[in-house]
Each structure stands twice: as C-alpha cells, then as structure tokens.
Design a protein around this ligand. Structure first.
Ligand SMILES: [Zn+2]
Length: 542
C-alpha cells in the first residue's frame, strides 16, 4: 500500500486512544482516500477507482470482499475490499525449543475500499482462537487458505477498522532444499526464522498476503529470558521479568508481508559500524557459530556504502545479515535483515560477497519498491542481478559484457522455456523465480543502458527507487519512468525486451546472435550463463 502520512497518524492515534477513536478516524480516512494512487496497482489492488465520497454519496450496498487481490499468478493470494495500514503482531514462544509452535495475536488496522458485508484474511497456520472487528466478536470460518470473517455490522467504504485475530497458532518445519520454499516458518538447531516469499507469509500469520498491500508493522515477541528475538525494523526495547523477555520492534516504512522476518533462538546480535549515512548495522548469528561468522559478515557495511553511492540513500534505518544453519536452498531479502543459510559462507569471501550484494540490492529493488503483481518480479531480480554483477566490475567491464553476451545467446531458449521476462508462466516457485527473470531481467536492463546511455540509465535507477520507494510498482511504471527520463518513447523497445517471445537485437552489438532453440540439452546446460555466472547449487535462488 501507499501509506499516506495522515493515515499513519490515524493509526498511531488509534493505538493511543483505543477503539473510541475509530469514528473520527473513519471520517478522516474517508477524506484521505478520496485521491486514488497514481499507479494503478497500489493500495490493496481491487476497485479503488470510481467510488463516491463517503460524505454525501449514495449508500453503497455492502458485499463480500474478493477472496484474492487480483494477481493472475496467485488468484487467491491477498484479498479485495480493504487496504491494510498497519499490523501489530504479538508473538509468544512459550519455551526455548526451536520446534515449538508460536501463539500469536495480530491487530490489523485496515481501511475499506468498498462497503463490506464480509472480508477475508489469508491464513494457513494451525488454528485460530477468535476474531474481532473493533471490540465485537466476529463470526469466522476457514476455507482453504482463506479466513472468512463476517463482521457483526457492515463496514462502510472508506472506514478505518480494526481486525483482531486472537491466539492464532503456527508450527515451524525443518526446512529442506528438496521442499523448496516449503517451510516459511522454519526451525534450525538454534531457533527459528521466517521466509514467506513469495506467497507463504500467511502460513505463519493472518494477513493480506500480497506485496501490493504494504503496511507498517510493530512486533512484540515474548520469549523465555535468555532467548534472543529480532524482527524486521528497529529495536525499540526489551522488558524482562518473571523469567520472560518481551522484545519490541517497529517497521515504520511499509513492508510486504512476505518480507517480514522474526528470528527467535540462541542467537547473538552483533553490532557493526554504521554506514557513512548512519544506517545502523547489526547481524544475527547463532551464538555457537559466532567465532566463525562474525569476521566473515563484517563486509556488509562497506557494501552498504558501495550501493548507496550508486543508487542513493538506503531506504530503511537498519540492515544486517541473519545466518541460520539450515538447508533452505535460497537466500532471502527479508526487509532490513537478509536471511542466508550458513553453508553459503563456507568458502572464501569471493564466493559469497556477490550474494550479499544481491540481497542488499533487493532492499531497494523488491523491498522498498515492491512488485505490484508477481509477474513484475523481474524488477526485483533483474536489478539485484545487475548490482551483483556490477560488484565485480561495472557494465563496461569485460566480464560483465561477456556475461551479457552469453545471456543474449541464451535469450530465445529462456523465453521458450520460462516465458517472457515480465511474464513468468506460473506461481510455482521454480517457474516464477526462473533464469529469465534473473538473467533475462538483467539483460533487459543492459539493453536499456545500451539504448539510452549510462548517464540516463543511472538517473532511471535512482529515480525508480526515490519515486516509488515505499510503494508497489508495475513494469508499466518502469517503462514510463525510463521513457520520461531518457526523453525517448521506450514503450515498444522495452515491451519487446520484457514481453516478446523472441530476443530483440542488442543496441550497439549487431554482431551478437541468439542460439537456436534446438540446441542439444547438454550444450544448452553448458551454455547456461546463470549457472556459469553464479557457480552455485542448482537450486539456489536469492
Ligand atoms: Zn533475488
């Protein structure tokens, strides 16, 4: 979502004043919502346009919100009819056992984008205790991954309302690379963590689980004294007493549900030098692995300085690395605290530093600017791959150009196998996070730079993260921005690169040719530049 400042004030006010403030809040919010977002996919997705003012408009007949937010790759992910402003999560871990379930309560401050007789949250955890709308009990049923809620009274369009889900329970799983992304709430020998991308945060907590509905978060994590808890955002305090500790965190910049991180266990928080611009850096490391990992991860501050010099101010107040001893099969850009499995750091620095840059780049590209629909995920992965490669030498370096040449040769095979860059064939994670989204997305950026020149390209990159920071944006937004800044109409050019089924000519490299589709499978594998470039286990996604 796009969090309008007045609404943030409303939310904070609600938290101070209690539910009595809601009527006033609803009136304010009705005014605040009168101007829909400029970008079509923001703000909860469904049906923001064309409504009447709450004040003086015709009475709208309440109807159920849609069970999905309208993402073709994930028809039931997210929900229609409201826009979440803020999540307040209270999470209790009864013991120090890594495998224990968590018992949570979530308060969701939301604003109706239609008159609602019923609404859904996404939730696929173990159980739900009760649901309230405001301070009244609400009927609910679980239907697959939907938590279908019937408020005691209809909710008016524009109204800000509070959904409370009490005593939801979720149990961690031991992750396995064979069950790719199968453990969004995972346990390790040392504790647990979260990995909700792309569509699994609702297996941990009830939510509107789609990156087009971003919201601010607060966390209160109740653990046995001696257990460490760290969540996305800034630490705001620890209260200890009676053998328990409650850790508080605030994520005041909007976050997609899939990017929430909650690390609980026998972890040590390692403070690092701040970045040149004052970003607070801390890492989260299993205590028994501290000696091995503390020195290895120290490069993160230099990487922050390096990337800020290229794309502009880091979008959050804090950053760091969270290492777990687990077989995840991927690294993940959870907001302000990137997640890695320990084995990725087994070799020399040159074997993992680019992976760290990749996840760091996502904090701008993917986290601060989130994809409005999952088909837009090349905007995350293409850019992260670009800066990962740039870390070894900029886009004019021979190694970079050679990689682009190899990707170009592979272009039609990728498109044939995985679909166009901005049109992955499925929400299946193997097909969504495919080599054409990563390598093909990076190649499309290379083509753009060839077309408009380095100075304009750098301006586009900086403008993208400054203009759309905190929002959810579309591929069309990117094409429009690149056209505006380069003062060229790039619609046809970028549409061919991003949606075409054949690889377009590369500006400046008329000699580059594309491999035929019929290349033998062995040759095709050997020629796969994504494998050649990153030299990683085949299943690693990042
Ligand atoms: Zn990535």
């Amino acid at each position: 979502m796009s969090l309008l400042d007045p609404l943030l004030g409303v939310v904070q006010g609600l938290r101070r004043a209690g539910w009595a403030g809601v009527v006033a809040a609803a009136m304010l919010a009705a005014c605040a919502v009168a101007d829909p977002e400029p970008s079509g996919m923001q703000g909860g997705g469904a049906a923001l346009g064309g409504h009447e003012s709450l004040l003086g408009g015709p009475i709208e007949k309440p109807r159920p919100g849609a069970p999905g937010i309208g993402d073709p790759l994930f028809p039931l992910l997210g929900n229609g009819g409201y826009d979440v402003l803020h999540y307040e999560l209270e999470l209790r871990y009864a013991t120090a056992a890594p495998t224990q379930p968590l018992d949570g309560t979530v308060r969701i401050f939301a604003q109706a984008t239609q008159a609602l007789s019923q609404l859904d949250l996404d939730f696929a955890g173990d159980s739900v205790g009760e649901v309230r709308i405001g301070d009244a009990a609400a009927a609910f049923v679980r239907d697959g991954d939907e938590l279908v809620i019937t408020p005691p009274q209809a909710i008016a369009r524009g109204e800000v309302f509070l959904i409370t889900v009490v005593h939801f329970v979720a149990t961690p799983k031991v992750p396995s690379a064979q069950r790719f992304l199968g453990a969004p709430f995972f346990s390790t020998p040392d504790g647990s963590g979260w990995a909700g991308q792309p569509s699994n945060a609702h297996r941990v907590f009830p939510s509107n689980d789609h990156p087009s509905d971003k919201a601010t978060f607060s966390f209160r994590i109740d653990v046995p004294e001696g257990t460490t808890a760290v969540a996305s955002g800034v630490a705001t305090g620890v209260e200890t007493g009676g053998g328990r500790s409650i850790y508080s965190f605030e994520q005041r910049t909007p976050m997609a549900t899939e990017l929430a991180q909650v690390a609980v266990g026998a972890y040590t928080v390692v403070p690092r030098a701040s970045s040149d611009t004052g970003v607070i850096v801390r890492d989260v490391i299993p205590t028994r692995l501290l000696a091995a990992f503390e020195p290895k991860l120290a490069i993160v501050t230099d990487q922050l300085n390096w990337l800020e010099a290229r794309v502009g101010a880091y979008p959050f107040p804090t950053y760091g690395t969270f290492v777990v001893e687990a077989s995840l099969g991927f690294a993940l850009e959870s907001q302000t605290l990137s997640l890695y499995q320990s084995s990725y750091f087994a070799g020399a620095q040159s074997t993992y530093d680019t992976l760290m840059v990749h996840e760091l780049a996502h904090q701008w590209f993917g986290d601060s600017v989130a994809p409005a629909r999952w088909a837009d995920v090349w905007l995350n992965e293409g850019h992260a791959t670009w800066y990962e490669l740039t870390y070894r030498g900029g886009p004019d370096a021979a190694a970079f150009v050679n990689t682009m040449h190899a990707l170009y040769a592979r272009g039609d095979q990728y498109r044939d196998q995985y679909g166009p860059v901005a049109s992955p064939p499925s929400g299946n994670p193997f097909l969504l996070f495919n080599s054409n989204v990563y390598g093909g997305g990076c190649l499309a950026l290379f083509a753009l730079r060839q077309q408009i020149g380095d100075a304009a390209f750098q301006q586009v990159e900086r403008a993208w993260v400054s203009r759309f920071g905190g929002l959810s944006a579309t591929t069309a937004d990117f094409i429009a921005l690149a056209s505006e800044i380069s003062q060229q109409d790039l619609t046809a050019f970028l549409t061919d690169w991003l949606y075409g089924t054949v690889t377009p000519p590369m500006p400046g490299h008329p000699e580059w040719t594309v491999n035929p589709l019929a290349l033998a499978a062995d040759d095709a594998l050997a020629a796969d530049p994504m494998a050649l470039t990153v030299g990683e286990p085949a299943l690693l996604r990042r």
